[in-house]
Every structure is written in C-alpha cells, then in structure tokens.
Design a protein around this ligand. Structure first.
Ligand code: GDD
Length: 379
C-alpha cells in the first residue's frame, strides 16, 4: 500500500499570498475553479494502491473540515486533515503524525508541497524510485539560471540520478536543476528525521556542559522537534546513495504570490482539456455566452448570453456576469457581480465585489495583477 501526505502549512506561512489568504487558507484558494490542494489530491488519486491522503498543517481544523469531507466522498478515498499544535517544519510535521501515517503499513509515502503547480508524475516517480533502491526520490526540473536561487539547487549523477549535492536557496549559483517539492520515501524517512532530533539533543548537551555562552546559543537554535526537509535531511543525505532524483520536462511552477495563481490557473485549465474536459465551459452551453480558450464557470454562476469570456478565466460560485461584459485572463471569486459592459483583464476580482457598468479593471502583465476587493462604480 501507498499513502500520500500534502503539507499545507498554516496561517503564518504564505504571507506573500496576502491579501488573498486573509479570507481563505491559501491551500483552498481556487485555481481553475478548484481549491489549490485539489490538484495534488486528484493526482494522488491516480496512484495504484493508494490507501489514504493526509493534509498536514497548522490551520484550524474547521477551516478544512468541509473540504476534506466533500473530497473524501467525491473520490471515495479517506482524505484527513491533521492539525499540528505548532509548526514543526516540513519534515517535523510528517514525523509528528508518523503513527497515523503508518496505520496501513504503507511501503511508500508520497510527500507533496501544496503550493506547487505541475502535472505530478507520481506513478512514474514511484517506478523510478523502486528501481533506485534508495530511501527517497524527489521530483526535479531545470529552470533558468537567474531564477534557480529561489529554490533548492542540486546536482545529480547524470547516469544513476543519485542526488550528489543539495543546497537550499543558495546565495551563489550551484545548479539550474531544482527541487520541485514532490517526493516519495520509504518509511525509513522517519528514522532519518529521528536521527536529526537525536543529533541536535546531543549537540545541545555538549554545549550545555562546555560554556554558558554556548548554552545561550543552543537555546536560540531551532526547537529540537522543528525539522526542515531540505536543510536538515536532503543536504546531509546527499551523496550517500539514499536519495535519487526524477526529472520532469513538463510544466512546473511555485505558487507564492497572487500573480502566480493566475498563471497556474491557466496551466491547470489547459490540463483539464486532457484530464477533465467536462469541467471546461463551452460556448454552446446552456448559457450561450461566447467562450474562447480554456474557461471554468461554476454551475451556480449566471452569465449573460452576450458576455465574451476567455481565454484563462475561472468564475466561482454565485457570480453574476452582465450583458456585454468582457473577461480575459482572470479569476472571479465567489458572489461577485459584474455589471453591463465591464471589462476585466489580468486581474483577480475578490469575494463579493461589485464592478459597475462600463468599469474596466486591467493590468498590463501578469506581474502587475489587480486585486479588486471592493466596489468599483462608474456612474
Ligand atoms: N504542516 C506544515 N508544518 N507544513 C509546513 C511547515 C510546517 O511547519 N513548514 C512548511 N510547510 C509546508 C508549506 O506549506 C509548503 O507546502 C511546504 O511545506 C514547503 O514550505 P517551505 O518549507 O516554506 O519551503 P519553500 O516552499 O520556500 O521551498 C521548498 O519548496 C520548493 C519547491 O516549491 C523547498 O523544498 C525548496 O527547495 C523547493 O524548491
């Protein structure tokens, strides 16, 4: 059996995603009309012999309760939210719930960051991982040398694909091959995390007896149970024949800012063409609005037949779109009203906003996204 764990973080993480994360936890923000975390969950569902999916975070349970119960019913697969009492880091959080994760005695554990957008080639990763005979395999991708420093940079053996060297967000360039935040491990990962605790405790004890200043330094250090997967596990285990890489040449993006959510929404809409074409709106649908390119329209939204929508548009629940409205590359969140002849381009229109007749909300490029949060009226 196999289980999957998705790290969703908590309210003190994802600050670059504000103001969108003030109203809704970032993992539940809609991309292509589905909560961000829904995309990795659907990918996990395709893994053979998957027993359970766990979401681990430090958001309040009630924020995820509705979503996990509806997705469990929809996929006919247990999806559980496990709440940490405080942040334990990306590996510490996994370790904290080891007993529950090991309930079904899985042979392999997938671990996914919730804020990455890709096609999650999980089954292929598992096959490659089994061939390697190591403890873990991570998804990696080549990016431009200029952008690599925002991620974990690594060197892999070109033949065996073993991870030879790993540095998290280095200041000087190491490699354009980076960590995508998607992994598969054997249960030995728990021993590796436990070893980090033991090593830290030993060091703290040595310092404690050696000098008062060292004791102060030890108390300033990270809590013993806070373990980061990248710095504390991947870096020290590189080059020890335990970790391997699986390179993807398909799309991959990190979702840290509102601007990125628009780009990722487009990528997932394009993927729906292959995986879930029923989710895409068609111009000849019930509403008869003119639709171009990839568009998602929630069934409860009311779109006037003379509106022109697309490409890359995602319209959430209870939205009303008036006559002659033009929407291009945008995310329209729940309960928004867009009145006659308004135009929205490269923008996110926030929950319950109202755009007046003939109003225009437009950014010239994805990086300059407008986030419209209130009422915009042109009299
Ligand atoms: N539950 C829980 N508890 N989740 C956490 C915690 C924690 O204490 N800390 C981080 N996470 C989650 C985040 O929500 C995110 O999904 C994932 O773990 C990684 O977050 P960070 O540790 O903040 O790292 P990052 O996103 O800046 O970078 C990581 O991912 C990149 C790929 O997106 C690194 O692994 C990079 O090397 C990698 O390139």
């Amino acid at each position: 059996k196999v289980v999957a764990v998705i790290m969703v973080g908590g309210p003190t993480k994802g600050t670059r995603f504000r103001p969108l994360s003030f109203n809704t936890p970032k993992p539940l923000f809609p991309l292509a009309g589905q909560p961000m975390v829904h995309h990795p969950i659907s990918a996990c569902k395709r893994i053979p012999n998957l027993a359970q999916i766990f979401l681990i975070g430090f958001y309040e349970e009630r924020e995820f309760a509705l979503y996990v119960s509806s997705i469990s019913n929809e996929l006919k697969l247990p999806v559980r939210y496990l709440k940490e009492d405080k942040p334990h880091g990306s590996a510490g959080g996994l370790y904290y719930f080891r007993d529950m994760i090991m309930e079904d005695s899985p042979s392999h554990i997938f671990l996914l960051n919730c804020d990455v957008c890709c096609n999650f080639p999980l089954t292929d990763m598992l096959e490659a991982h089994k061939r390697s005979g190591g403890m873990g395999t991570m998804l990696v991708i080549k990016v431009s040398a200029e952008s690599a420093h925002q991620f974990g940079e690594l060197v892999a053996d070109p033949i065996t694909k073993e991870l030879l060297h790993y540095t998290e967000k280095p200041e000087t360039f190491v490699s354009d091959l980076i960590n995508c935040g998607v992994y598969v491990f054997t249960p030995d990962i728990f021993t590796a995390i436990h070893d980090v605790f033991t090593h830290r405790e030993d060091r703290a004890n040595i310092r404690r007896v050696s000098s008062f200043e060292a004791l102060q330094a030890a108390t300033r250090a990270l809590p013993v149970d806070f373990v980061r997967l990248d710095q504390d596990i991947l870096s020290p285990l590189a080059g020890k024949k335990q970790l391997y890489t699986y390179e993807t040449t398909d799309f991959w993006e990190q979702i840290k800012t509102p601007g990125m959510s628009l780009k990722c929404s487009a990528l997932y809409l394009a993927q729906f063409k292959m995986n879930s074409p029923h989710l895409l709106a068609r111009g000849d649908g019930i509403m008869n609005a003119s639709v171009t390119g990839d568009v998602f329209i929630h069934p409860s939204a009311k779109v006037h037949p003379t509106a022109k929508i697309g490409p890359n548009v995602s319209i959430s629940a209870n939205v009303r779109v008036g006559a002659g409205v033009r929407l291009i590359s945008c995310i329209i969140l729940d309960d928004v009203e867009i009145k006659e002849n308004a135009v929205v381009i490269n923008s996110i229109v926030g929950w319950k906003s109202s755009l007046g007749k003939w109003s225009r909300v437009q950014a010239s490029a994805l990086l300059q996204i407008n986030i419209c949060q209130s009422t915009l009226r042109i009299l």
